[in-house]
Design a protein around this ligand. Structure first.
Ligand code: FMN
Length: 197
């Protein structure tokens, strides 16, 4: 539960890990957009930086009895979130292996928390990948907000170099992002998790 006086923490999960990924500037854009939205603290969780090994815990994660320091650290990170936004590309008609690996690592830490999904890709705008990720979220008893945010030809909307790359959204992407944030805030209210300022 969010104690009074603390704003709910929205973590933005960056699901692509390759050098030069457009997911990173998209996540930075969405983080800025979310910070303007009343009522969230915002943190980016970049799976490239988290750098989990392939899942190698002996017990089911629902027990929370982790053996690896990497899992323990990731558990502590995800446990402190109240809501999530997943920024993911489409790879071969699905979402990324690093995202599935990260989801599989934990259980209670994800459970019961609202989640917005922002998919991107080429002409298909990440839509097939988003459709594939939704059952995984439900399997973890997460609460996907209505309305996903598909971003077509995302790479064409990124300009600049290195850390300075900027994602410029289409108007409909901004509308979708706003709806996603409203959906997250609405679920936090419904779940009684919205902290008082
Ligand atoms: C391994 C791989 C598979 C891909 N498969 C698809 C695909 O099935 N459908 C699609 O629309 N785009 C596909 N793409 C294009 C990516 O969605 C697009 O390049 C996106 O920007 C990649 O995200 P990233 O830069 O954050 O890694 C693929 C790209 C890669 C690297």
């Amino acid at each position: 539960m969010t104690e009074a006086g603390r704003r709910p923490l929205l973590q933005i999960i960056v699901a692509s890990t390759r050098p030069g990924r457009v997911g990173e500037p998209i996540a930075r854009w969405f983080a800025g957009y979310a910070r303007e939205h009343e009522g969230f603290d915002v943190e980016i969780v970049d799976l490239a930086e988290v750098d989990l090994p392939m899942f190698a815990e002996p017990e089911h994660p629902r027990h929370g009895r982790y053996t690896l320091d990497t899992t323990k650290a990731f558990s502590a990170t995800i446990a402190r979130a109240d809501a999530f936004a997943i920024v993911h590309p489409e790879y071969n008609h699905s979402f990324t292996a690093p995202l599935k690996n990260a989801m599989d690592h934990l259980n209670q830490e994800w459970s019961g928390k609202p989640v917005a999904v922002l998919g991107y890709g080429g002409v298909a705008a990440g839509a097939r990948a988003t459709e594939a990720v939704l059952p995984v979220l439900l399997g973890l008893r997460m609460v996907p907000v209505a309305g996903t945010v598909p971003i077509p030809f995302a790479g064409q909307r990124v300009s600049g170099e290195g850390d300075q790359r900027v994602f410029t959204p289409a108007p409909e992407t901004e509308t979708g992002a706003q709806a996603a944030l409203d959906g997250l805030a609405g679920w936090l209210d419904t779940l009684g998790l919205r902290g008082l300022r």
